[in-house]
Design a protein. Structure first.
Length: 181
């Protein structure tokens, strides 16, 4: 059974991981007890984020895993319930594609290309960059209250990342072009 939440990526200011830690600290105790927060990655904010986590009452429930190779990260993701993101600027993080591919719903800010893949109240939630703690907490609670639906939708929405499907589509397009000449 899955438990825990995860952020994975570079530990940089633009990722707003401090906001994720602060939101986590405000979650109801029962949710925290069942779901530690895992932070996977390294970066310039690591020391500050560890100090923040240690200063809050949730100390011990925020776990820093360090850098993980791709296989380790996907395995880590697959055991968690929700991928938490809060970037103020982003392209499209591979962490989202990886999470969806193992049926993990995503809560993220609406930046970059993320809105092309995350649909609120379907496979996760898309929040404004200036989200309130309450909005983020409410999104977590909604996903947890109907987890199977969100997880199934996350897995279905990952089909766009399937390499064989993408390759087959490209081959079909090339075939159409070649046979039409």
């Amino acid at each position: 059974m899955r438990s825990g939440f995860i952020f994975s990526g570079r530990l940089e200011k633009i990722k707003n991981i401090d906001k994720i830690i602060r939101v986590y600290d405000k979650l109801p105790t029962d949710i925290q007890e069942e779901n530690p927060l895992y932070i996977a990655g390294e970066g310039t904010q690591e020391t500050a984020l560890k100090a923040l986590a240690a200063s809050l009452p949730t100390r011990g429930k925020v776990i820093f895993t360090g850098n993980l190779n791709n296989d380790e990260l996907i395995e880590e993701d697959s055991s968690k319930k929700i991928l938490l993101m809060a970037s103020s600027q982003e392209g499209f993080p591979m962490a989202i594609a990886e999470a969806l591919s193992v049926g993990i719903p995503v809560i993220s800010t609406d930046t970059g290309d993320i809105a092309r893949f995350i649909k609120s109240n379907e496979n996760g939630f898309l929040l404004p960059i200036s989200f309130s703690d309450e909005e983020y907490i409410h999104s977590i609670e909604i996903i947890l209250s109907n987890y199977e639906r969100f997880s199934e939708n996350a897995l279905k929405s990952s089909a766009v990342f399937n390499a064989s499907r993408v390759a087959r589509s490209v081959i079909e397009d090339i075939h159409k072009v070649v046979t039409n000449k």
